[in-house]
Design a protein around this ligand. Sequence first.
Ligand code: SF4
Length: 73
Amino acid sequence: MDQEVAVECKQDRNKKSCSCSYEPCARKGICCECISYHVRHRELPACCFPPAAERTYDRSFEHFARLVMQKQV
Ligand code: SF4
């Protein structure tokens, strides 16, 4: 039997710890929308990147892989 579970969005709390520097984004703090948006574009969300890399707004898998190879993440 399927049960529907109401889950409260923690957008306000998430926003406080969000490391994304792209201020106009409407998905800020809505982590489920944030990750699905970026994965659809072969990217990862801001919180996967160290601050200097995050500020480049290059959120591509390739950029992340380079940082892994350089042991920056
Ligand atoms: S990582 Fe992307 S989707 Fe998430 S808050 Fe930042 S700009 Fe928006």
